[in-house]
Design a protein around this ligand. Structure first.
Ligand SMILES: NC(=O)c1ccc[n+]([C@@H]2O[C@H](COP(=O)([O-])OP(=O)(O)OC[C@H]3O[C@@H](n4cnc5c(N)ncnc54)[C@H](OP(=O)(O)O)[C@@H]3O)[C@@H](O)[C@H]2O)c1
Length: 255
């Protein structure tokens, strides 16, 4: 059994959480262009409003760490649209952390935003989708969730858990007619990566990332990862025995 995709985005009701910049903003622009009905969420309302000015679009500001705000935004969306076809959760935060500057408060905030955030949103949209036996849930994780990498002492675990969460959702929801899309980008040039002080291999633009994401959702792909030359290599690394994995990491990753 393979899950169905969304062959055309025209007229589809799509909620993008984390739409104010980077990958989420690029997805929003592409979906608006494709004729989708789009609802934009994140904290920076002025950026969402500027994006929405391009079309008749819902602006639903929220903080993903706040359950009540997510629930209220979804209720508004339902009142306006009567249903939801795709929840695209892009929001995420990244603070470089290594063992010598490990900070539990940063770790807690990272898990709250990157893992509990998507879980809150899924908990809110699932009952209606299950009732209708249709809809799609897409969550942006990261290739940093594949296996342990430097400077990702909180970010890595938050994204590793997203992989497990999506796998389990996919297992449960495939027979129910609900699509699940796990999105694992490599390096993408955005505000989040502008802070990186090292050369990012296989760096792509947010627009290229959006193209990959929307293409994957259209064909019903569960495991959407890109760019393949980088994500494919990391997938290979994670199946190696640990001594070889860590040897390669120490030999070639100079950060
Ligand atoms: N860029 C990369 O190389 C890369 C690689 C792999 C995975 N990713 C993942 O891709 C996703 C998007 O990242 P990006 O690079 O596009 O970063 P970005 O430009 O910094 O965008 C992050 C988005 O998340 C939103 N956000 C952050 N915290 C939030 C909160 N508490 N509540 C609501 N919204 C929140 C931000 O909006 P507000 O500030 O307006 O709230 C913004 O719209 C993230 O999940 C990231 O982990 C990125």
């Amino acid at each position: 059994m393979k899950q169905r995709g969304i062959s055309s985005f025209a007229g589809q009701r799509i909620w993008i959480i984390g739409a104010s910049s980077g990958i989420g903003e690029a997805c929003a622009k592409a979906l608006i262009k494709a004729g989708a009905k789009v609802a934009l969420s994140s904290r920076r309302i002025e950026r969402l409003t500027a994006l929405a000015a391009q079309q008749d679009t819902l602006v639903l500001p929220l903080d993903v760490t706040n359950q009540e705000q997510i629930t209220n935004a979804y209720q508004t969306l339902l009142q306006c649209w009567g249903g939801l076809d795709l929840m695209l959760f892009v929001s995420g935060v990244y603070t470089p952390l290594r063992a010598d500057n490990f900070d539990f408060e940063i770790a807690k905030k990272t898990i709250d935003a990157n893992l509990l955030g998507p879980m809150r949103a899924v908990a809110v949209v699932l009952p209606e989708m299950l009732k209708r036996q249709s809809g799609h849930i897409a969550i942006v994780g990261s290739v940093a969730g594949y296996s342990g990498l430097p400077k990702a002492l909180a970010y890595g675990p938050s994204k590793a858990a997203i992989i497990n969460f999506c796998e389990t959702l996919y297992y449960d929801l495939l027979p129910k007619g609900i699509g699940v899309h796990m999105i694992s980008p490599g390096f993408v040039a955005t505000e989040a990566t502008a802070q990186n002080d090292f050369e990012m291999p296989a760096l792509i633009s947010a627009e290229e990332a959006a193209t990959e994401i929307l293409k994957g959702i259209q064909v019903g792909e569960f495991d959407i990862h890109f760019p393949k030359r980088f994500s494919g290599f990391l997938k290979f690394l994670r199946i190696l025995p640990y001594p070889i994995y860590f040897w390669i990491l120490r030999r070639f990753v100079k950060i």
